[in-house]
Design a protein around this ligand. Structure first.
Ligand code: CP
Ligand code: NVA
Length: 299
């Protein structure tokens, strides 16, 4: 049987994603230490970039399910010394039950998936961060119910998180307003297939008007550290402030995948305020990915 992969939200059907979100909440409430569907199973985790949430949630999730996880960094493996991705995928997938990768180039994830005999999960690439969206959708469902028909506003960089929000708008059926500087828009290849869901704005306040969820992310992603100063200037009018939150629906939530920079992309009063759900959102990485691992490995 061909393995299923999760390189993008588009790898699963809309119905499968919804089931996964519900299963994540079910697992969160289960609290049964004897439920170990991944007993004896091994997850390999390849990290080209830093991580707190992704590493811990996958590692803890595997342990709670009775399995184990191996942390691999390019510094310690032959991948970092130029062994071809195709060969690495064949070798690693012959020894483990699932592979999670956090990479620079998205192509590394898709090449791994092509040559792997076990499921491959994208734990963030320069293009997409689909695991984060599972947690974000779970968090919205838990706090406000179905997101279908709602309006979400993305403020800031048209980056991997923004791209995954665009894919989520298609899969979970919501409207996405994007407030973003002209030079930092998301890629047309991601936007075009979602053109009926996505609208662009120059002003964060206008984009937030009547919105049910406000989301942002860092101005300089991993790998863009040398652009920090230039980006601080370019994004100076794209901060999530209390004024932006006031333009949104009074019941609107605030999300951020973290790590956050208070005083840059978000005001401290917002991220530490009553509409913020960033910590339940972070915790849900664990539950959502346990549902994902169960779905991919126990088929
Ligand atoms: N949100 C997220 O992916 O966090 P980490 O970079 O800490 O894994
Ligand atoms: N856009 C950010 C997300 C971090 C979780 C980055 O790629 O660094």
């Amino acid at each position: 049987m061909q393995p299923r992969h999760f390189t993008s939200l588009l790898d699963l059907s809309s119905a499968e994603l919804r089931d996964l979100i519900h299963r994540a909440t079910e697992l969160k409430n289960l609290r049964d230490a004897d439920f170990q569907p991944l007993k004896g199973k091994v997850l390999a985790m390849v990290f080209e970039k830093s991580s707190t949430r992704t590493r811990i949630s996958f590692e803890a999730g595997m342990a709670q399910f009775g399995g184990s996880a191996i942390f691999l960094s390019p510094r310690d493996t032959q991948l970092g010394r130029g062994e071809p991705v195709e060969d690495s995928a064949r070798v690693i997938s012959s020894m483990v039950d699932c592979i999670m990768l956090r990479t620079h180039a998205h192509e590394t994830v898709t090449t791994f998936a092509r040559y792997s005999r076990v499921p491959v999960i994208n734990g963030l690439s320069d293009l997409l961060h689909p695991c984060q969206l599972l947690a974000d959708m779970q968090t919205y469902f838990e706090h406000r119910g179905n997101i279908a028909g709602k309006t979400v506003t993305w403020i800031g960089d048209g980056n991997n998180m923004c791209h995954s929000y665009i894919n989520a708008a298609r899969q979970f059926d919501f409207k996405l307003n994007i407030a973003c500087p002209q030079d930092y828009r998301p890629l047309p290849s991601i936007v075009d297939p979602a053109h009926d869901r996505v609208a662009f704005f120059n002003s964060p306040e206008q984009a937030a008007e009547g919105s049910d969820l406000i989301v942002t992310d860092v101005w300089a992603s991993m790998g863009q550290e040398e652009e920090q100063k230039k980006r601080e200037f370019a994004f100076r009018d794209f901060q999530v402030t209390s004024k932006v939150m006031q333009a949104a629906h009074s019941e609107a939530l605030f999300m951020h995948c973290l790590p956050a920079h208070r005083g840059e992309e978000v005001e401290a009063a917002v991220i530490d305020g009553p509409q913020s759900v960033v910590f339940p959102e972070a915790e849900n990485r664990l539950h959502a990915q346990k549902a994902l691992l169960e779905f991919l490995i126990c088929r």
